[in-house]
Design a binder for this molecule. Structure first.
Ligand code: TMP
Ligand code: MG
Length: 212
């Protein structure tokens, strides 16, 4: 309806280690929701298409070196540059499925040793997701998956630290799903909980900001 009265889309975030299967699950979820007639879009962070995103891409592919604080703030800026469009889409009734969000921002930087609270600060005021789905996988298992090691952070020892930081940041509201199951089984579980949220948002669940 787009009138702001009880018909907004849901903000759904998928998080997890590199190669935990987020991107595939996001795509499956999108076609599932569209198949049911819901308006939905798939977004991802970093969004490498913007000028900030291009700087992030160069950093991740080892073509540039940046101070840890600097790259942290660029990742955050990359979310801020999409915030108003995000709010508009949600209020128009479109559900957004997001492949990584502020949680990746905090855990990847704090895994490098940056202060946890400092890492959270630039995220304050971004839209809070209605649901965070965490695809849980042992770092060793993720490392066996095809394509691993292509980018800067895809190294086993570092991903072990990332995994610990995710555990520090996660809370009871996250849906933790065993990502070592078959793609179909993981998908089935995600679909159920996401649909619940989509319906709750349609019925008027209010939007809020980070950090709740
Ligand atoms: P991607 O593999 O999902 O495209 O993400 C690229 C890498 O960037 C991945 O290793 C996680 C990392 N990352 C951060 O360090 N901070 C962030 O805010 C985001 C969104 C991703
Ligand atoms: Mg990756």
């Amino acid at each position: 309806r787009g009138d702001g009265y009880g018909s907004r889309g849901a903000l759904i975030v998928l998080e997890g280690l590199d190669r935990s299967g987020k991107s595939s699950q996001c795509r499956m979820l999108l076609s599932y929701l569209e198949g049911l007639g819901h308006s939905a879009e798939l977004w991802r962070f970093p969004d490498r298409s913007t000028s900030v995103g291009k700087m992030i891409n160069e950093y991740l592919s080892d073509k540039s070196q940046l101070d840890d604080h600097t790259i942290h703030l660029l990742f955050s800026a990359n979310r801020w540059e999409k915030r108003s469009l995000m709010e508009t889409k949600l209020k128009m009734g479109t559900t957004l499925i997001i492949d990584r969000y502020s949680y990746s921002g905090v855990v990847f930087s704090s895994a490098k040793g940056l202060d946890f609270e400092w890492c959270k600060t630039p995220e304050i005021g971004l839209l809070a997701p209605d649901l965070v789905v965490y695809l849980d996988i042992l770092p060793e298992k993720a490392a066996e998956r095809a394509g691993y090691g292509g980018e800067r952070y895809e190294q086993l020892e570092f991903q072990k630290k990332v995994s610990q930081c995710y555990k520090l940041l996660s809370d009871f509201s996250w849906e933790i799903i065993d990502a070592c199951q078959s793609m179909e089984d993981v998908g089935k579980q995600i679909k159920e909980i996401v649909l619940d949220q989509v319906m709750a948002c349609k019925k008027g669940k209010p939007l809020s900001n980070l950090w709740p």
